[in-house]
Design a protein around this ligand. Structure first.
Ligand code: TNX
Length: 517
């Protein structure tokens, strides 16, 4: 990508309109190009209508969503129509942008005194444009109750599209189960920053969190009471709940990536089915947070019947392109066994028409050349991964000392762990996905992901406290052109985001590195 961006000048987030709305440049992730026009302020009013591309159900559904988001605080009717009446202030969501630079997710947003127009090639771009529009309205727009004030949008135009195709977050459902409504809340919150994938870690040593019809004891036993860390639980997603989350996410242009972790991290599966061990003896259930002690039995046919059943059933309820098969921390599996396992299992994902995705250890297996590998190391070299990249493996960057949202911010953070690093906001922001790992350059990088492991996290409040404000930092690294990367600019824009989380009722860590407004 070439980038048209004039670098955002340090701290340039003054008010963008006479009535105190945000500046056109006060957006996270930073847009590709911003051209303010101080004479073109738009005022959202009681008569405003939302016009969506005639004949497009997808555009209509984006219009309905933004209307529902704008009504509570404004109290305005905001009808969604295929044609706007003459001389009425209009927010337009139109397809047919005819600008190849925008790709599938980009948009152009133009603000004039009488209209806000979002144009895109695809509805995903219209949705991204509405995420920007929300940030251009005063923070009170996120109030659940009517606020009487002037609703302005700063004038000018924005051209915007992502640097990387994959901008992800991960939630660990296995260590502590998080309910469907908590997962949906998180989807809304990450979508604000144009995150377009949510990876759900659905199995681990402690518990199994997704219904699999051909192996029902996975959830009846290992999704039951006491299967969370420290004996909490129960919890698992039925297929109906999973499909409902997938559909909810799709409306917000978030694709769900399910993970079943293997050949390690399988104690819960073996508790439910002792035939998945080599000696046939059921191990004890585990609710501590040790890792690296369990392994599927690599030489056994039962193992591959199990793995194929799980992949087949998951693929059938997952419209997205990826099935994540874990592959991390397999210390209880020999290297030779590990490679033999991956040589059989990676192709099984393709058999069900999905792209295999796994933690970076999968790069040891030649079959990973068609897979996506998720880098979770703390260093800047990973020879197996660099070698796999030369044969076609694509990489999602989640360096644990930068992108792990379960790491503490500082030594006194009450939640989280510190094995990879303490990660303040500036640390989370201070790296480049395309130069982090030797031999893994821009073209090998599919994108970034911010994982949130939940050994220490129970509630949605806990999740939010660890994710915000670091998740927006990772989202910006994934979306914004390298040329916009600037700590002072990011910090200033983040400072103005605080009141939005407050209005939304979203918990966040008020980092002392940020001047919160
Ligand atoms: C390592 S990172 C793990 C997880 C833990 C996490 C805690 C990775 C691929 N595996 O099993 O939950 O550390 O930070």
């Amino acid at each position: 990508h070439q980038s048209a961006a004039a670098p955002h000048s340090a701290g340039a987030v003054q008010s963008g309109s006479p009535s105190g709305g945000p500046a056109l440049s006060s957006v996270i992730p930073a847009p590709v190009a911003v051209r303010p026009d101080p004479r073109a302020t738009f005022r959202l009013g009681a008569l405003t209508v939302i016009r969506t591309q005639p004949g497009s159900d997808a555009a209509r559904s984006v219009g309905d969503l933004i209307a529902r988001e704008l009504r509570p605080a404004t109290g305005f009717g905001l009808p969604v129509l295929p044609v706007a009446p003459r001389a009425v202030p209009t927010i337009s969501l139109l397809l047919g942008a005819r600008d190849y630079r925008l790709g599938d997710e980009g948009y152009r947003l133009t603000v004039s005194p009488t209209s806000v127009t979002i144009r895109a090639n695809k509805a995903a771009g219209l949705f991204a444009g509405t995420r920007t529009l929300l940030q251009l309205l005063p923070a009170e727009i996120d109030s659940p109750r009517v606020v009487r004030r002037v609703w302005t949008v700063a004038g000018g135009d924005i051209v915007d599209y992502p640097r990387f195709a994959y901008r992800g977050a991960m939630l660990d459902e296995a260590r502590h189960f998080h309910t469907p409504s908590e997962v949906k809340a998180y989807i809304d919150e990450i979508g604000r920053f144009k995150v377009n994938y949510l990876h759900l870690h659905l199995s681990d040593d402690q518990g199994w969190r997704i219904q699999i019809d051909s192996w029902p004891r996975l959830t009846s036993v290992s999704g039951g009471a006491g299967t969370g860390v420290d004996g909490e639980g129960p919890g698992f997603l039925t297929k109906a709940q999973y499909k409902d989350i997938v559909a909810y996410a799709a409306k917000r242009y978030v694709t769900i990536v399910p993970e079943i972790d293997m050949p390690g991290h399988v104690n819960a599966a073996q508790v439910a089915y002792p035939s998945l061990t080599c000696d046939g003896v059921a191990p004890a259930p585990r609710t501590d947070t040790e890792v690296g002690y369990s392994s599927l039995c690599i030489g056994s046919d039962t193992t591959y019947r199990f793995v194929e059943d799980v992949i087949r059933e998951l693929a059938a309820i997952t419209p997205g392109p990826y099935i994540h098969i874990g592959g991390d921390e397999a210390q209880a599996t020999s290297d030779a066994d590990y490679i033999a396992f991956q040589q059989r299992v990676l192709p099984l994902v393709a058999k069900y028409s999905k792209t295999a995705y796994g933690w970076n250890e999968i790069a040891k297996a030649p079959a990973a050349s068609t897979a996506v590998a998720q880098f979770w190391g703390t260093g800047t070299t990973e020879p197996d991964l660099a070698a796999a990249v030369t044969t076609g493996t694509k990489v999602v960057m989640s360096p644990a000392n930068k992108a792990y949202l379960d790491m503490k911010y500082n030594p006194s953070t009450p939640l989280g762990q510190d094995w990879a690093a303490l990660i303040e906001v500036r640390d989370a922001y201070g790296w480049d996905p395309a130069t982090r790992v030797a031999g893994v350059g821009e073209n090998a990088v599919l994108g970034v992901e911010a994982p949130l492991w939940s050994e220490t996290l129970r509630t949605l409040d806990d999740i939010e406290f660890m994710a915000f404000p670091r998740l927006p930092a990772i989202a910006e690294l994934g979306w914004s052109p390298r040329s916009t990367h600037d700590w002072d600019s990011f910090a200033a824009r983040l400072g103005t985001y605080g009141p939005r989380w407050t209005q939304q009722g979203v918990n966040f860590y008020p980092s002392p590195q940020i001047a919160w407004s």
